[in-house]
Every structure is written in C-alpha cells, then in structure tokens.
Ligand binder design. Structure first.
Ligand SMILES: NC(=O)c1ccc[n+]([C@@H]2O[C@H](COP(=O)([O-])OP(=O)(O)OC[C@H]3O[C@@H](n4cnc5c(N)ncnc54)[C@H](OP(=O)(O)O)[C@@H]3O)[C@@H](O)[C@H]2O)c1
Length: 321
C-alpha cells in the first residue's frame, strides 16, 4: 500500500510516498481502507519535531514511527475476531496514527460515519470535533443558557466548537478575522467579533466560559471577560519557541489564575468511541456540519501541511486517498 512517511523531523519537504506492506488486523483491530484523512496541528508538531519537549515520547533525534496523520474516514475491509461494532463494508470514521495511507488498522477509535457526510467531511471531524465536544461539555461544563466566548473560531477546532456550543444551548460569541465573519455567523454564532478591528476584552461583556483555541491573549486581558466564577479553558496557542512552545502561555495563565476566583484549565482531548458516536448523532440531527477548507490528493500531503502550518485555516485541511 502507499503511505506518506517521513524519516526525519523537518518541514513538509521531508514527506515522501512509500510502498509498505498492507497491514493485517489482529484479533481486536479493524482494517480500514482510507478514503480521506485530515491534518491537525498535532500532526504538524509530529512532522516537524518543533517542540523539543514533545520529542521525548516520539523520538528525541529521529521519529520512532515514520508514519503520518491521525484522522481518517473510509470503508472497513476486515475485522479481528473480537470486533462486533463494525463489519466489512461499513463506512466508518475515526483516529489512529498512520492515517495518511491507503490502509490503517485501528483498535478502538472507529465508529460508523454519519450517512449524510462525504468521506472528506467525516475525515475532517475526529480530532477537531472531539476536542470541541470534550472541551465544552466535559471540561468547560457548558450548560444551556451559559455565555461562551470562542477565541479562534474559524479553524478546525473552532468551527466545531461554535456549532457544538450552540447545540448545548449556550449563547455563543465567536472571535475570528475579517474574511471569516460570514462563515462563523452561518455556523450559528450569536455574536461574531472581528479581532483585526475590535478587542473582545474591551467590550464590557463577561462570559461563563472562554474556550481559547487561539491563545492570543494574556491572562490579564482574559480575566476582564470572565464572570467572577468563570472558567478559561486553554485549548491551544501559538507555536512559540522550540523549548517551551505553547507551554509558556499555558503556564502563564495557570499561574495567573492561582490568585483569582476565576479558573484556567488546560486539557488534552482523547479519542473514545462514545464521543465519536455522539458527534455522529449531532451530525445526523443537523446540529453539526464539518467545514472542509481545501482538499489535496495523497501525494500532495506536504502541501496540506504547509497550508495548515500557516495557521489560518478556514475549517479543515483534508487529504483524499
Ligand atoms: N488541547 C487539545 O486537545 C487540542 C486538540 C486539537 C487542537 N489543539 C490546539 O488548538 C489550536 C487550534 O487547532 P486547530 O485545529 O483549530 O488549528 P487551525 O485549524 O490551524 O486553526 C487555527 C485558527 O486560529 C485562528 N487564529 C490565529 N490567530 C488568531 C488570533 N489572534 N485571534 C483569533 N484567532 C486566531 C485562525 O483564524 P484566522 O485566520 O481568522 O486568524 C485559524 O483559523 C492549536 O494550537 C492546536 O495545537 C489542542
């Protein structure tokens, strides 16, 4: 099978196509023929080895695994003897390292894909949508009637966060750049703030939850928009330097919050089947629709990474296989 690989850390130029053996599913695995895969900032960090700290688990001097990609959608080709929740021929979506390939074997994070979505749309979902769902519902404790501000609403995570926050019954204020205001309004945001012309921390509005994908503002500024018992949920941040990267901004906010009634929490989303199923249900119910920005063929995966690395995606960057 064809797979996109890299044998050293580096810019997208180090990505190459390789011919690998088609994997065999073991007893508790599902073999999926991949139709589409999407790229996420985590994949970009894995490709480039940007953050030296992140290299401890993935290989200090060279990557332990040469495979790339996580999110996929495709068709089940074979299942191990203990798999009962999907069968050969089912259209599925999920997440597993090595998704930028013609086949992937996956243990847990694979569920039936929403019938109304294309493979490209379904592949746009796993990481970004599960981050939005777990962040808003579980870590953020978002409830009907709460006021939430989503900073960085126009990328992969943000476009799902706007829709999921609406579905959870919150009043949604979204922050993005000028060219994306119409898109974000169309996703159901109650208010949209263009960060290039207005400072959302100086409008006199307060929120129960700030869901911070962009990480573009300091704790001092964010504190102004949080209700006295409000929460800051730190989801992402600028790439920053190579030693601490986004960690510096995260710590700054956590330390600032230690001296305040308002809280600042960082979390990392985890794949699980129930949440992938919940998201599929939200799509079926018409509450969530993935926003696919651009698509590239598998052999042009490097261009998808270059585009993502610029940090101004409009929804998700997807690769068709
Ligand atoms: N904690 C977790 O589990 C988890 C999971 C997934 C992702 N993340 C992190 O979340 C972040 C975003 O991921 P993503 O997949 O959404 O990335 P993405 O698709 O590249 O989107 C990034 C978005 O940030 C916006 N942005 C850039 N500067 C901004 C600013 N100053 N103010 C407001 N928005 C700004 C950009 O919109 P404009 O073009 O409008 O500027 C862009 O749409 C990354 O840091 C990623 O590592 C964390």
């Amino acid at each position: 099978m064809k797979a996109m690989v890299r044998n050293r850390y580096g810019p997208p130029d180090v990505i190459e196509a390789a011919d690998l053996d088609k994997p065999e599913p073991s007893e508790d695995e599902v073999l999926v023929r991949v139709h589409a895969a999407s790229v996420n900032p985590a994949d970009w960090y894995g490709l480039t080895g940007w953050l030296y700290l992140f290299r401890f688990p993935t290989g200090l001097f060279k990557p332990k695994s040469n495979r790339l990609g996580t999110d996929f959608a495709g068709v089940v080709e074979a299942v191990g003897s203990s798999i009962t929740h999907v069968s050969p021929g089912d259209e599925v979506y999920g997440g597993r390292n090595g998704a930028l390939a013609e086949y992937v074997v996956v243990k847990n994070a694979v569920v039936p894909k929403p019938a109304g979505l294309t493979f490209e749309e379904a592949a746009a979902m796993p990481t970004a949508a599960i981050t939005a769902l777990q962040g808003l519902r579980d870590k953020g404790g978002l409830e009907p009637g709460h006021r939430v501000l989503i900073n960085g609403a126009s990328g992969g995570v943000g476009t799902f966060a706007v829709q999921i926050a609406r579905a959870l019954g919150a009043h949604v204020t979204a922050v993005c750049s000028t060219g994306k205001v119409d898109l974000i309004r169309s996703l159901g945001a109650d208010e949209v703030i263009d960060y290039t012309s207005e400072d959302f921390t100086r409008r006199g509005q307060r929120y129960d939850l700030v869901f911070d994908v962009a990480g573009s503002r300091s704790w001092r500024a964010l504190k102004r928009v949080l209700e006295p018992h409000g929460k800051l949920l730190i989801v992402g941040g600028p790439k920053g330097g190579r030693i601490l990267g986004p960690i510096r901004g995260i710590f700054g906010k956590r330390i600032g919050a230690m001296f305040s009634r308002r809280s600042a929490t960082f979390f990392i989303a985890r794949f699980n089947r129930p949440d992938l199923e919940t998201l599929a249900g939200m799509v079926d119910a018409g509450q969530v629709k993935p926003v696919v920005d651009k698509t590239w063929p598998l052999v042009e995966t490097a261009d998808a990474f270059r585009y993502l690395g610029e940090g101004h995606a409009r929804g998700k960057a997807v690769v068709t296989v």
